[in-house]
Design a protein around this ligand. Structure first.
Ligand code: VL7
Length: 134
């Protein structure tokens, strides 16, 4: 049985998010607001089809994909840079590579115990977030 990411998850910790945002070119004022947020993720997983809705009081972001199928990502409301994204399995980890203007951009999700982990990468910065089931 593969891991099931489905559910509602609330942010409990975020490490190096500010530097990750800086690497993405997010302006000062936006960073100051964004780092105070406690986003919630609602993940739906059906076979190899996923949707991830990240919601906060300031901005929200929705993405939908199938494992191994490249898609255009607009990063609307985030840094607005378009990229070609593809998500694959690395054992029980979900690995997204976001190819575009920014080098080494992508993220990885995995579950340990009742916690959801997210590593966000951009250039030389890595942000690590932990979410708990709502
Ligand atoms: C998405 C934020 C900084 C702009 C607002 C911050 C709003 C809530 O890519 C992400 O998640 C993946 C994996 O779960 C699925 O899309 C993370 C947040 C990255 C980058 C940009 C700051 C303004 C945060 C949407």
């Amino acid at each position: 049985m593969p891991v099931d990411f489905s559910g509602t998850w609330n942010l409990v910790s975020s490490d190096n998010f500010e530097s990750y945002m800086l690497a993405l070119g997010i302006d000062f004022a936006t960073r100051k607001i964004a780092k105070m947020l406690k986003p919630q993720k609602v993940i739906e997983q059906e076979g190899d089809s996923f949707s991830i809705q990240t919601t906060s009081t300031f901005r929200s972001y929705f993405v939908q994909f199938k494992i191994g199928e490249e898609f255009e990502e607009d990063n609307k409301g985030l840094d607005h840079r378009k990229c070609k994204s593809v998500v694959t399995w690395d054992n029980d980890k979900l690995v997204c590579v976001q190819t575009g203007d920014k080098k080494n951009r992508g993220w990885t999700h995995w579950i340990e115990g009742d916690q959801l982990y997210l590593e966000l990468r951009c250039e030389d910065q890595v942000c690590k977030q932990v979410y708990k089931r709502a």
